[in-house]
Design a protein around this ligand. Sequence first.
Ligand code: NDP
Length: 514
Amino acid sequence: MSLAEQMDTVTDAAVDRHPTAETFESTAPATGTVVGVFPVHDEAAVGETVARARTAAAQWAALGFGGRRERLTAYRGYLARRMHELADLVHRENGKPHADAILEISLSVDHLAWAAKHARTTLGPRKVPSGMLAADHASYLEYQPLGVVGVIGPWNYPVFTPMGSIAYALAAGNAVVFKPSEFTPAVGAWLAVAWRAAVPDVADAFQVVTGLGATGAALCRVPVDKIAFTGSAATGRKVMAACAETLTPVLLELGGKDAMIVDDDADVAAAADAAVWGAMSNGGQTCIGIERVYATSAVYDRFVAEVTAQVQKLRPGSDDEATYGPMTMPSQIDVVRRHVADATAAGARVVTGGTDDDASPGEGYVAPTVLLDVPETSAAVREETFGPTLTITEVADAEEALERANATSYGLAGAVFSTSRGRAMDLARRMRSGMTSINSVLTFASVPALPFGGVGESGFGRIHGEDGLKEFTRAKAITRRRVPLPVNLMSFGRPANAADALARVMGMVHGRHR
Ligand code: NDP
């Protein structure tokens, strides 16, 4: 079945179930043409979808780790065989270059493989030591699925970002209902269509609901057993408030204002290359993108020159050779303009790019923009810009760089460039963020074994890795009495001197420690 036919099937099925449903259009940011028409699922429709997911969740959980791994493997194979088809859709609906979409899908497939492979060893039943006071018992730990997980995702990485929750939630034994951003519903629907085709016997274990913000809000209220939200801090607050009503646990992956530190001994050319990619790829619409650089005086001039030279080679556009695409969400252009205007009004210098009409590469695009001498108090340093911009600030040394990097309410990720391994590790550890890469940018996102998530206003909870699997489970503790001991301390029948005997034993075992 062609892509268009598959998309029609999704829309028709959804409209058939809810004939009165309103619809909305998703349009290509590069051309304004319609990519697809999708139903606006209301609370009743979301409720019905979650009810179907609940039935499927029991079936999915009963398959066990082996049965689920088999089906997740089929799904990953399906995606891997249709990478170009999906990348083409991502290119049209989100605007990013086809090659970047291929990279995004590759990462997602790799995460699916890891989650499926490691679910049993991370979550499966195991015996744990019972300890002295329960020596007559065997103790068991296992991580059980929650039931139905609601995933709410953004538009900037419409495959990779939600898949970080979907893959791990499914591998942990949950059913998933996914609400994609209103800017990328076609990609979300494609992922669900692909699931139905690859895993027909438990098709309802992964479903999509489409709509605007209200559909996401409905998913929080229905309720489900956990919400995994990725998006802005502002919406994250609303989601958490809505989830509080039903005591639904939440995982929040929010925005960032990530910094790179370039130390005295850094490979300056490599640092500049990484900073330009970290700041400008995907049009800067990357939660873990580099938005600020703090370079020491020893390397500052060379670093600025190198970045400027590299940025001048970038060309935004929608063709195959373009380095990045249009802004996916048109209103984001106003945010970028405000940050650049605010910075220049405060004395910043625009080395390349800018948001004036004569610098614009065309309607819907933002020129790659490098700003120097931006005051630390301005919006371009304090707030998430989410555009192809970079501030570069000279600092005395790496300690000052770290202090400034950490002076933010966000704390998602960051990077350190230094050729001294010990120094770089020390800086990375002390960076207030959930993730830091040394001598590269964004690499942690491509390592499935590493947890992904932030601190402060960047949210809490983790996707990816063992932590990401556990995030979608509840720990279950079981003890089994093996042999009755002569004295049972937890019984009204215990002898009167049992407490004294216990105190003596505890004194002998623990009392000698000072
Ligand atoms: P938003 O917060 O605007 O939206 C995120 C999702 O929430 C969308 O699907 C949106 O639907 C939905 N939504 C909107 N209102 C509500 C509501 N009241 N209740 C429930 N859901 C709602 O973020 P963006 O889509 O603009 O994404 C960009 C943001 O995401 C940036 O801040 C970026 O840093 C962050 N991000 C974080 C990542 C991380 O892993 N930490 C990764 C990627 C992005 P609709 O679009 O239909 O309004």
